[in-house]
Design a protein around this ligand. Sequence first.
Ligand SMILES: [Fe+2]
Ligand SMILES: [Fe+2]
Length: 139
Amino acid sequence: MAHMRWDESYSVRSTLLDGHHKLLFYVVDRYHDALHQHATIEVLADLFGQVIDYTAMHFDVEEELMQRSGYPFLKSHKNAHGFLLHRAESLLARINSGDQVACNQAAEFLSDWWEKHIRGIDAQYAPYMEQVVLDDIAV
Ligand SMILES: [Fe+2]
Ligand SMILES: [Fe+2]
């Protein structure tokens, strides 16, 4: 599987959110590397859990910024976030129960998910982001 590398074509016109996406790509890449190096299921569960934790934090901040920017499709974007987290958590539960197939499915899911989500619906809020003031956002 190809490495995930952030480049300007993924930019959502927010330095903060681009930074999150870069770090998410990095963590997803670490998961892929671990899988290719035949890491134990405990290591994979730990890495996948880190992706989920970081993703949940990112979604909270992204939703806050979308709200501040006046982005009109916040509700459907929030629903997409909820759906993705729910799927990730069910994969993590399977990995934690020792399901090797779920480890592979998680790798495919992560790449596909971020590629489609950032280029698809995150890109739609980009034009609204340039006006947002980042005074008290917790990162
Ligand atoms: Fe998003
Ligand atoms: Fe995002």
